[in-house]
Design a binder for this molecule. Structure first.
Ligand SMILES: Cc1cc2nc3c(=O)[nH]c(=O)nc-3n(C[C@H](O)[C@H](O)[C@H](O)COP(=O)(O)OP(=O)(O)OC[C@H]3O[C@@H](n4cnc5c(N)ncnc54)[C@H](O)[C@@H]3O)c2cc1C
Ligand code: SF4
Length: 335
């Protein structure tokens, strides 16, 4: 079990100042290397002495990884851009506001000032057994402590369980999925770009990680195409406390309306499953229908079909139903 200590285990601190240099160091050190962005997730693991990398590759000195740039078809956000910079960026707020809305409710102002977009989408699961150093499936063991009759699983998954029932904790992920963002990854074999929804992996693919990155890979940027620029967006996060807290669930949608009829839509939720869920079935079912409460109700019912609650999280089923309903109808209930 984890014992919290003030002193981190010793590691070599490497501080590249270019992407090429970082890549070289990552490739040289393979699975011995730990990438550090803002450090908010990283330092938890290191200070709890649960993860003990031999080498830390600190990205903070790489200017190429920072900033928001216009492209010929949208915007590119460097992986080391802070959540605060994204929340305040005029172009993101004007045309891609589902993302600025999502990052604005991540944690606290201090965490948003330090936390980066690359780190937010690459952060690890928050299941307290795993974070506490318990030797569960995700940590390489052969048991899930959360998925037992007495396990503490109120925050855990209602979809996608496969031995592990932890959820993906990111608020930015569903917003990036509805914007059809592309994640740019430098690998030892060259650059590759993947759709946002394909960046994340569930335990059926690999129970020890939440994304597709292999040792030696570096997420360098996230590109948002103009396909959904200026759409009718919705983002809502439900959490236990409004000061700072991870999502119990969140929802993001992008709609293009013809009158009040939905002509194009994307909708995604997070913290419902071990990876963010794009609700393709719901999207297909509501095209051509009015963006109103009745369509939203039917969409919500469809979205929760197949949900399997654990002992203490059945509340997530009506929560998801209502979030999807509101993301279709467009107004928070009671507003
Ligand atoms: C108290 C607290 C509350 C929080 N609440 C929320 C919340 O409500 N919603 C939410 O979405 N998030 C929340 N977070 C997460 C936070 O927003 C950070 O974004 C996140 O922890 C990691 O960002 P970071 O830049 O600090 O990355 P780090 O902690 O340095 O890195 C996180 C992980 O990503 C990897 N990584 C980082 N950058 C790259 C890259 N470019 N390429 C490859 N791998 C990379 C690292 O190796 C590490 O495994 C919270 C965190 C804390 C500590
Ligand atoms: S939910 Fe996943 S991370 Fe949590 S105890 Fe079970 S296997 Fe480990």
């Amino acid at each position: 079990m984890a014992v919290i200590r003030d002193v981190m285990p010793a590691f070599d601190l490497l501080q590249p100042d270019s992407i090429a240099d970082a890549q070289r160091l990552l490739q040289q050190n393979g699975s011995d290397a730990w990438i550090m962005a803002g450090g908010l997730d990283s330092f938890d693991w290191l200070k709890d002495r649960i993860k003990k990398p031999r080498v830390l590759v600190d990205l903070s000195g790489i200017d190429e990884l920072k900033g928001i740039r216009a492209t010929s078809d949208g915007v590119e956000i460097g992986a080391m851009t802070t959540l605060t910079d994204i929340a305040n960026d005029p172009e993101i707020r004007k045309n891609y506001s589902v993302l600025s809305d999502a990052v604005s409710v991540v944690a606290s102002p201090q965490i948003r000032n330090q936390g980066t977009l690359g780190g937010n989408v690459s952060q690890d699961a928050r299941c307290w057994y795993y974070r506490g150093g318990w030797p569960c499936y995700r940590a390489g063991g052969d048991i899930c402590y959360a998925d037992t009759p007495v396990g503490r699983n109120r925050e855990h998954a209602i979809f996608g369980a496969n031995r592990c029932v932890a959820v993906h904790p990111s608020d930015s992920a569903p917003a990036l999925i509805v914007l059809d963002a592309k994640f740019v990854i430098q690998t030892p074999k060259g650059e590759r770009s993947v759709d946002a929804e394909d960046y994340f992996v569930g335990p059926e693919t690999d129970i020890t990680r939440l994304n597709i990155l292999e040792p030696g890979d570096l997420l360098t940027a996230i590109r948002i195409p103009s396909a959904w620029a200026g759409a009718n967006f919705y983002f809502e996060k439900v959490r236990d406390r409004n000061v700072w807290d991870f999502p119990l669930m969140n929802v993001a949608s992008a709609k293009v309306l013809n009158g009040n009829a939905i002509s194009r839509i994307r909708i995604a939720v997070n913290a419902a499953a071990p990876r963010p869920m794009r609700l393709k079935q719901v999207e297909d079912a509501v095209v051509g229908k009015p963006a109103d409460a009745s369509t939203g109700q039917a969409a919500g019912e469809l979205a929760v079909q197949g949900a399997v609650p654990l002992q203490f999280n059945a509340y997530k089923i009506p929560l998801m139903r209502n979030l999807v309903k509101r993301a279709i109808a467009g107004t928070p209930e009671g507003a």
